[in-house]
Design a protein around this ligand. Structure first.
Ligand code: UGA
Length: 442
């Protein structure tokens, strides 16, 4: 099929390359000329394992190209995906719909032959119906320009795998005007459908809500275990053993019960806030007040970490050397949006600590947001002279640090495992004071 993807960020670039891998002819569109130039050269402007190889392969095969010209995409493609961002509005919980609206207002007037638009961005419920009407109004082909919603569930760090082998496909259509959307979506995703991937056709608001509910559930699961971690800390219990034990119950499941510094990134935090804002607009704000608590528990983990560091330094942060290992919101990503790791590093720095940060991939992005922070050359460089070491992102490199080697570099043997990711016994055997999250210090 001939496909366009509007927006070439973490979602759009991966989707475009993934569609080319599935055998489609793809054109990626973005308003940022620098990004497009880099993509044309086969360069991915962010870190995502496996994506550079896929992108290069299909830029070379000619199946994937990029442009800043929406008219070129409108002319070329029969299916248009929208993968632009819906960030949190400044000073408000609601999502900023500017970029999605701009794509529709640009693309729809260019549609002179039948086309299907599939929205992928995470949007407040009701958006798709509004945009479908706008497309009909603006498109020269009128009703032959049809819009459906096809939410994306990919995880950063596993984006290629999740795009090529999704665990489910959801297509929202206007049941009163189904048009060709389902048929077209079945053709786009023929590969996944042939492997019996669940393919669910819903109405538009259900498809929009599936996405935000999934993220709200994941956020709730993380905050649940972090709330229990708080109780574990007070009661002298161990949240890791607790999570293993409750996780054996199939109804609960062990995944996303990783207690630690909590969730960050460009999705979970802003999505739960936008969900609450939208519920308020719909007059059902009470239904989602628990998400406020989910958000609060999450943010408390960060404050708790600052308190732990302060306590280990006898209440005095000023001038004290602290190593923060990690800046990205999770490993295998260079994304620092709402990153707990970077937030902690920044807060310690503002409290006067002499913070040295190291992240295997997130340093450039982190330095743009926090130019006044000190960034180390390596993990070894960051821990040298440190009185406290904080592991804030569970990169493999940090999980595999040698406690004896680190002991030779650090000023004191105190490590706070903000992701409960280190082999605890090894660190304790090597003489370290080890503090986990929701675990007793040893
Ligand atoms: C999340 C969802 O998992 C995807 O399904 C969704 O498509 C995506 O948002 C999106 O809306 O675009 P992502 O933001 O890439 O994906 O990251 P996750 O793997 O969900 O992790 C989110 C945060 O939760 C990270 O900061 C991670 O460290 C934290 N986390 C995760 C925990 O603190 N504990 C856990 O047990 C799991």
């Amino acid at each position: 099929m001939r496909i366009s993807v509007f927006g070439t960020g973490y979602l759009g670039a991966t989707h475009a390359a993934g569609m080319a891998e599935l055998g489609h002819e793809v054109i990626g569109v973005d308003i940022d000329p620098d990004k497009i130039e880099r993509l044309k050269r086969g360069e991915v402007p962010f870190y995502e394992p496996g994506l550079p190889e896929l992108l290069q392969k299909h830029v070379e095969s000619g199946r994937l190209r990029f442009t800043t010209d929406p008219a070129e995409a409108a002319e070329f493609a029969d299916v248009h995906f929208i993968g632009v961002g819906t960030p949190q509005k400044k000073g408000e919980n609601a999502a900023d719909m500017r970029f999605v609206d701009a794509v529709i207002d640009t693309l729809a007037p260019l549609l002179t032959r039948p086309a299907v638009i599939l929205g992928k961005s995470t949007v407040p419920v009701g958006t798709a119906a509004r945009l479908a009407a706008r497309v009909r109004e603006l498109a020269p082909v009128g009703d032959d320009a049809q819009l459906g919603w096809n939410p994306e569930f990919l995880r950063e760090g596993f984006a290629v795998e999740d795009t090529l082998r999704p665990d489910r496909l959801v297509i929202g259509i206007d049941k009163d005007r189904p048009g060709r959307i389902e048929e077209v979506a079945r053709e786009v995703y023929a590969d996944a459908i042939s492997r019996d991937t669940p393919f669910l056709v819903t109405d538009l608001p259900t498809a929009e809500l599936v996405k935000v509910s999934a993220n709200a559930f994941l956020a709730t699961k993380i905050s649940f275990i972090n709330a229990i971690a708080e109780v574990c800390e007070a009661a002298g219990a161990d949240v890791l053993e607790l999570a293993d034990a409750i996780g054996h119950d199939e109804r609960i499941g062990r995944k996303f019960l990783g207690a630690g510094l909590g969730f960050g990134g460009g999705c979970l935090p802003k999505d739960i806030r936008a969900f609450m804002a939208r519920a308020g607009e719909l007059g059902v704000d009470q239904a989602l007040t628990f998400l406020r608590e989910v958000d609060d528990v999450n943010m408390r983990r960060r404050s708790h970490m600052i308190q732990l560091v302060e306590r280990e330094l006898d209440g005095e942060l000023k001038g004290r050397r602290v190593a923060v290992l990690g800046a990205a919101f999770k490993p295998e990503s260079d994304d620092i949006r709402d990153s707990p790791a970077l937030d902690i590093a920044g807060r310690l720095h503002l409290s006067g600590a002499d913070v040295r940060v190291f992240d295997p991939q997130g340093m450039d992005n982190a330095a743009k947001v926090w130019p006044t922070l000190s960034f180390a050359e390596s993990a070894a460089d960051a821990v040298t002279g440190a009185e406290v070491i904080v592991v804030a992102t569970e990169w493999k490199e940090f999980r595999e640090l040698d406690p004896y080697g680190v002991a030779d570099l650090a000023a004191r043997k105190v490590i706070i495992d903000g992701r409960n990711c280190l082999p605890t016994e090894r660190w304790i055997e090597a003489g370290w004071r080890y503090l986990g999250m929701g675990r007793h210090a040893s």
